[in-house]
Ligand binder design. Structure first.
Ligand SMILES: [Zn+2]
Length: 246
């Protein structure tokens, strides 16, 4: 079935195609992730060439045919283009990591409005706030894991159910979740958490204010989240946008 579809979309990536066209990967509100061509986008007359660009939040008109691998974009308008992200290399790296997670882990044509809203929200935050980029990304990463069905479990000890986990030597098992100091030796330990790292994960997950956190601790937390995702999704090779995980 073919249809003319008007929907909101975030541009995830773009490549040149032929002499004047581009092919983009979009995450759309109504049709999920899809690949589409903008014919003639690189010709000097085209207005769409600069509009259909990675990171931009657009209203697009797509000539969609479910049997086709590449859809056709026939119109596009900017809803937001996040200039403050594009002029700040640190923000840009993390914003690209958001796009990369979506492109790598969300299957084609799977509608997910909650994730769509989450991506728009994180891009708005990167554009408007001066919060630490890694902290914002950590909050998004935990949200993303939950949305794709791999919630990062830190609310109670997997083994005994203890919920008071502050100030203890904890461990994490990628299959089971968090383990308290009494139970950790009964299970395989994927990594250890000291009180500071636990506090950070807790605040990220529960959207609590984070102050005076060491950058190394933030990077360590993000590195563990990436390892956790790679453990559960072996096809995921890690985030090339962020050098800190290498
Ligand atoms: Zn326990």
């Amino acid at each position: 079935m073919s249809q003319i579809l008007k929907t909101e979309a975030i541009v995830l990536s773009k490549i040149n195609y032929g002499d004047t066209s581009i092919i983009v990967n979009l995450f759309t509100k109504e049709k999920g992730r899809l690949t589409a061509i903008v014919k003639g986008a690189r010709s000097p007359k085209s207005k769409m060439g600069s509009i259909v660009d990675p990171l931009n939040y657009l209203s697009v008109i797509i000539y969609n045919k479910d049997t086709r691998d590449v859809q056709l974009i026939s119109g596009a308008d900017i809803i937001a283009h996040y200039p403050r992200i594009k002029e700040d290399y640190d923000k840009l790296q993390y914003a690209y990591a958001v796009l990369e997670l979506t492109k790598s882990l969300i299957p084609d044509h799977e509608t997910n409005e909650r994730l769509f809203k989450g991506i728009v929200r994180i891009l708005e935050l990167y554009n408007s706030s001066n919060n630490h980029s890694g902290i914002l990304f950590g909050r998004f990463f935990l949200f993303f894991l939950e949305v794709i069905g791999y919630e990062f479990q830190i609310d109670k000890c997997y083994s005994c159910g203890e919920i008071d986990l502050q100030q203890k030597d904890l461990a994490y098992n990628f299959d089971l979740g968090i383990l308290c100091s009494n139970c950790k030796n009964e299970h395989i330990q994927s990594f250890f958490l000291d009180a500071e790292l636990f506090h950070l994960f807790f605040c990220l997950k529960h959207n609590e204010k984070i102050e005076n956190m060491k950058v190394e601790t933030i990077n360590k937390a993000l590195g563990y989240l990436e390892k956790y995702l790679r453990y559960h999704v072996p096809d995921f090779k890690g985030l090339s946008s962020l050098q800190l995980f290498k």
